[in-house]
Write a protein that binds this ligand. Sequence first.
Ligand code: UDP
Ligand code: MG
Length: 321
Amino acid sequence: MKNIDIIVPCYNEQEVLSTFYKTTNDIVEKIPDTCFHYIFVDDGSFDDTLLILKGLKSTYENTDYISFSRNFGKEAAMFAGLSNSTGDYVIVMDADLQHPPFLIPDMVAAVNEGYDCCAAYRTNRKGEAPFRSFLSRQFYKVNNLLTSVKMPYGAVDFRIMSRQMVDAIVAMNEAERFSKGIFSYVGFHTKWIPYTNVERALGVTKWKLHGLIKYAVDGITSFSVAPLHMVSIMGCVISLMAIIYGLYIFIKTVVFGVDLPGYASTIILLLFLCGVIELSLGIISEYLARIFIESKHRPIYIAKENTTEHTKEIRNEEKNN
Ligand code: UDP
Ligand code: MG
């Protein structure tokens, strides 16, 4: 009998949680030789999410929950779930049924075939604001160009992973987490399965534009120092151009004498150089900010309640017997 843990980050998901559990469980209980266990992570919700999770825990034996002291973000919620999981395999999926549970049997089949991981990617972005889709497409392009961790366009955080892979992910304990990059960074043999995007079953998306921009910057700065190299290259190219232009002015002055007009070119050059310096400082600051945050070694999340301890003990006993 294999143990599979299903980790579900939840932030204000009161409307959808019961439907999520029933829909998912109806599917997974038909999978033979596997025992499914849920770890819901309440990411500091201010609606009745925690109350519903407590209800699920008291009604169904195969559920546990971790409740955060405040909202730490989906990345922290996934980390909490992964680091408290003890299953042979672990599934990560959203609570809003946008990650179709009917893919789970295929995912389990893939790991039974010998894959370490099976991950889903969506083939369309139906129901999403066009501007968000556009930004997202650009992000994948820039990310795949700048970093060595390649992600297929449409990759989502819906996957099954082996214990070995989960342990490798948990060992990467950086505070500013970008899981899509981490999943790819740790490697392991992954099967990709496509699905058509579905709209949220109930409730609303928790993402805001500024959050998505931060997510994209985190993604690139977590796995690539290419922007820093670009700053150096830009510095070299601009210095070279300045030397050539300086020589040109010098020769022109020597040959033709002092020429006063030149206001426009001076201003253009000045503005251009100021822009480049500002941009370079901005890029360096992004990395500095990451070093600053990582150097504090703050916990990735703070849990107020965690019911997984009991499950861990039971599994330990099972292992020892
Ligand atoms: N989520 C979370 N913490 C947050 C934001 C979101 O745990 O601060 C969870 C949310 O409850 C859901 C999943 O992450 O289960 C994906 O969030 P959402 O559906 O809002 O994102 P979208 O599907 O629009 O990308
Ligand atoms: Mg969603």
